[in-house]
Design a protein. Structure first.
Lengths: 112, 115
């Protein structure tokens, strides 16, 4: 069955450093991959989408890579700030379906 | 973007009762989705609600337990029936506002605790 793995342990980093979060998947060939941010008591907020034919996408301090051979996406936040502390979810999707498959998320803690 | 108002934000319910969650969107959308997020788990799609037709349920979710209404293009309700402690979870509505399958907007969620 389809499976998405995100590190369940929290990532704890110092302010100013680059945070790197990982999303691995198996038994799936997604057309695209999305990253969402979720704060406590709130719904997820869309951040970035990267398609299977794209290697990398950037938005301000965010960078996402997508390696369909490794079946892995990396999510980077450069010059991290305490305000970046949240849980980050990856989600996979196909063009032929509205259904997204979500990972369980990785919590990021940025220390001042 | 779409603004989604979901209520209640949280509730504590007794076993055997039901809870109805409302989701209001500030613009007309074709597809609305209901997700469940159990503690430490990923979001799981419960059903898709389209206006004017029956909701489409995912494997493991049935209409008797999770009846859904979609009376118009801006509103939907999810009822969680015959509550048990296993139903304690966060329930989220979401919309594909751009109808592109590429970005979902979520409500803030309903935290349900069943005693």
């Amino acid at each position: 069955s389809q499976k998405i793995e995100q590190n369940s342990e929290a990532l704890n980093i110092q302010e100013g450093k680059t945070a790197t979060l990982t999303c691995n998947y198996t038994n799936y060939s997604p057309a695209y991959l999305q990253w969402y941010r979720q704060d406590p008591g709130r719904g997820p907020v869309f951040l970035l989408l990267i398609r299977e034919n794209e290697k990398e996408k950037r938005k301000e301090r965010l960078k996402v890579t997508f390696d369909t051979t490794l079946k892995q996406s990396l999510f980077h936040i450069t010059a991290s700030q305490p305000a970046d502390s949240a849980t980050y979810l990856c989600a996979l999707g196909e063009d032929s379906s509205y259904k997204l498959i979500f990972g369980s998320g990785t919590r990021l803690l940025v220390r001042p | 973007s779409a603004v989604i108002s979901q209520k209640p934000s949280r509730d504590i319910c007794q076993r055997g009762t039901s809870l109805t969650i409302q989701c209001q969107v500030d613009s007309q959308v074709t597809m609305m989705f209901w997700y469940r997020q159990q503690p430490g788990q990923s979001l799981t799609l419960i059903a898709t609600a389209n206006q004017g037709s029956e909701a489409t349920y995912e494997s493991g979710f049935v209409i008797d337990k999770f009846p859904i209404s979609r009376p118009n293009l801006t509103f939907s309700t999810l009822t969680v029936s015959n509550l048990s402690p296993e139903d304690s979870s966060i329930y989220l509505c979401s919309v594909d506002w751009m109808a592109t399958n590429e970005k979902l907007f979520f409500g803030s969620g309903t935290q349900l605790s069943v005693l």
